[in-house]
Design a protein around this ligand. Sequence first.
Ligand code: HAM
Length: 461
Amino acid sequence: MEWTEVSQVPQKKRFQAIKGTRDLLPPETELWNRVETTAREVFGTFGFGEIRPPIFEPTELFARAVGGDTDIVSKEMYSFEDRDDTSVSLRPEATASVCRAYIEHNMHAWTQPVKLYYIGPMFRRERPQKGRYRQFYQIGAEVLETLQQGQGGPKDLAKDAAVDAEVIEMVRTFFARLELQSVQLEINSIGHSAPVVDGKSVCRRAYVEKLKAALIEVKDQLGEDSQRRIDTNPLRVLDSKLEHEQPIIERLPRISDHLCDDCRKNFMEVKRQLDLRGVPYKENWRLVRGLDYYMRTTFEITARGLGSQNAVCGGGRYDGLVELLGGQATKGIGFAIGEDRLILSLQEAKKGGVAAGRDVYVAWMGEKAQETAIKAAQALREAGLRVELPPVELKFGKALGQADKVGAKFALILGEDELASGQWTVKTLADGTQEKMAAGEVVEFVKRKRPEKRNSGRVKQ
Ligand code: HAM
């Protein structure tokens, strides 16, 4: 592709962000930062460290991990040929990358389990709507543990359940810290794919066979997508939102009636562990998730004010994925939170307040006052206050007008009088009161009187 000559670009052409992508702007970005800082703090208290994998990876990695028949891989990836003819894709999710990195950096030799979190953009070519974008952000975490000799017995099922419950508890703690409203956790166990023994299949394999047979019987009543899924991925039919399919789906066989002993015990233990942690949940036998790597525990969390795209977090267990990608037998459990949706929900519930504006506007008058104003601004910023210093002298009235516009709480007035007496004037803009004080007292005064209240986070500056 040739670059267009600058002279060929029509003069009035206005570029716009690509459909499904958007600019995040201040003051809303303050809320994004607050959410991410809180995630780092909370995840840190659970012993997680940050991983920053690349934004693009070999297409093959996602096809293998997420599944070639899933919507994400078959329809939604942004893939392109690199110059050496290999196919690469913008990451649609990060679990595959974390597992790839786990193998690449021999993390099986690290102290187990390895607990990692990530924050960053993901890319899926979905139909954009409220809460659904083509570039969106996830805050996710994964716990990986390579099996040592002798591991994998019944004791491990209880241990896995406790790990699952703690991961879910961590998300809940994070959401509670943010005061996210109407949070609902749904859980399920989708069993495990045991090998066929003596021509007999058990657990998920046996269930999927039953489900498929039941779906074939009602095929004519199903929509086009579900009909196709009978062959490609029958479990995904359970995910259907089509109204006319709901009563049909309700009558289908349920996985809970087909779990093998180990999976059933494990699921009971997951629920007991959630109870121990005071985490409320609802069971949902239709929760199968849209990625192929899951086994046993799956979960989703919804929150208020999101309309049809109300899943704010999804996750589950994926023992075997690391092995599938060429590593050793390793257990895995994790989740990803849709940060865009989390922010939307906080804003809807008026919990998205950010401290917009400035603390102090330095209104200086007279050439001599500029030097004092610069020093004052330096000292105030040093103390962590947000300061606006006009680059040129403004008339008193104009300066106060500007202070108001940028949302300043106080105006520090530095004119001839203040310079001569060493007594500076601080005006509280909310009520118009003024006080004189020594230069060294301003920081303390502003910090003490600064209102703590945050605004809605949607206010334009
Ligand atoms: P997922 O369910 O595909 O799981 O995505 C997790 C969350 O990302 C969703 O619940 C949703 O909040 C958000 N999300 C997904 N697609 C979009 C979109 N187009 N626009 C806005 N938000 C979106 C995963 O990605 C798994 N990797 C989670 C996981 C980690 N499982 C185990 N470890």
